[in-house]
Every structure is written in C-alpha cells, then in structure tokens.
Design a protein. Structure first.
Length: 260
C-alpha cells in the first residue's frame, strides 16, 4: 500500500504543507472547507495509480496564513505559482467542494499545465432557484448531518468532533479562512460563470444525489457552462462523497483520467 509523506513547499512568500505519494501521472487534489492534512482512504487508493499531490490551502492547517490572502482569486493565483515552483505538468486536477471552486478559478486563468479536471460537488456558482445550504449558520454537528446521506458516517464524525475542534486550533483556523473566502457572497464568485467557457480542458463533474449543501441539480447547470463537460451523479450519497462513496469516487477519477 502506497503511503503519502508530508513536506513543506514554498511559493513566493507562502509555505504550504503538502502530502505526496504514489507512482503515475500527477494528480493534484484540492480539499474542501473542512481542511486537508489527513491521509484519508481515497487518497491512499488514488496513489496506487497516480503521483498524488495534496496541499493544504494557504490559511488552512499547517500552511501559512499570508497577509495577502483576501479572496478565492488569491488562492487560485497562489496555486498557479505553486505549479510553476513544483514544475508540475499534464496534471489531473481534482477539486472537492471549496477545492472544486478553486480548481475552476485556476482553470479559467491558466490551464496550460492541466490535462484533466474532476470537480466534486464544487461551490463557486450561483444558480437561481437551486437549493443551497448555509454551513456558516450550522453547528459542526449539523454540518456533518447535512453533509452525509448515510447518517452512520455523520455519527462517526460527530463522535470524533471534540478531538477535531481542539487540535492545535486548526479547526478554528480553517473556519476563519473558509469565511474569508466564501462568506460574502455566499459560496460563489458572481463573476466566475461568465468565464467558465474558457475551460477547454476535459472536465468531469461528480455529485451526490442527496447533497443538502449544494443540490445535485447544480451539476447540469455547471456542465452547461463548461464546454464538453460530463456529469455523474452518485446514488445514496451526500456532499462528502469522497468519504461516503470513496470507492466510487476513486473509480470515477481513475476512469476519467484513462479517458483523457
């Protein structure tokens, strides 16, 4: 079994914590609002067929919280710098939720290092009439309950919540940065949708059919804005599909990469 190792990589004046491991084409995974830094089973599985690179965003976890970090655009430009520093090419870019939003912001600016994009229930666009939850008004417990279809996963996460909240203030740091990036306007960039036509990189969109944070109807709306994008809806699955349907999530990414 391939394991990922941690290191610190600096781009400009910002050092970020990066997990990396595996053998194969490069896959850059961008985590959601809950943060990264943990080698979850789906990452280990992806490393069987990919060189997995999984950073913690600026302002999250063990990464720096730079003075210039004001909005989602700053994160996108930072990652473009990081790709240059790490000299990554022909990347399969995989973004989960907040990470999917960041992935789109990267791709509309410069997709020259990208080979394939997978967006897993990404935030980033607002579609009139489609339901969205508001994690900023929910307690951590409510977020887990809303985020999973199978409440067994929610109960497990809630049982571990005291350790999560007290771990080196990381929980509060992640929440603070998430608010800085996505508080106003809520969970979207009002200018992003008009530029999504610039994404020419093959793009696959994954969504859980029981997503109570961003409804699965967003998948078709997003696909209509990204030229040639394909969609896949996972049954009996909530927002945290990389955990709840880890095998299906990994299979979809592997299949998407093979088709690129």
């Amino acid at each position: 079994m391939t394991r990922l190792s941690k290191s610190i990589v600096t781009a400009g004046d910002c050092a970020v914590s990066v997990m990396r491991g595996g053998d194969g084409p490069p896959l850059l995974f961008l985590h959601g609002a809950g943060g990264g830094g943990a080698e979850l089973p789906f990452l280990t599985a992806l490393a069987e067929n990919h060189d997995v690179i999984a950073p913690e965003h600026p302002g999250f976890g063990a990464s720096d919280e730079p003075d210039w970090l004001d909005n989602i655009h700053d994160v996108a430009y930072f990652y473009l710098n990081l790709l240059d520093v790490m000299d990554l090419r022909d990347i399969h870019l995989v973004g989960m939720s907040l990470g999917g939003w960041i992935a789109m912001e990267i791709a509309v600016r410069d997709a020259s290092r990208l080979k394939r994009i997978t967006l897993a229930c990404p935030a980033g666009i607002q579609v009139p009439g489609l339901a969205t939850g508001d994690p900023f008004t929910w307690s951590p417990e409510e977020t887990f309950r809303q985020g999973f279809h199978d409440q067994t996963f929610a109960e497990h996460a809630i049982a571990n919540l005291p350790d999560i909240v007290e771990a080196d203030d990381t929980f509060l740091k992640n929440r603070s940065t998430f608010a800085r990036l996505a508080w106003e306007p809520r969970l979207h960039d009002p200018h992003l949708s008009k530029w999504l036509h610039r994404i020419k990189t093959p793009t696959h969109i994954l969504w859980g059919d029981d997503d109570n944070i961003l409804s699965a109807d967003h998948a078709a709306a997003l696909a209509s804005l990204v030229p040639g994008a394909t969609t896949q809806i996972l049954s009996d699955c909530g927002h945290f599909l990389h955990i709840e349907k880890a095998e299906d999530f990994v299979s979809a990414i592997n299949r998407s990469g093979a088709e690129a």
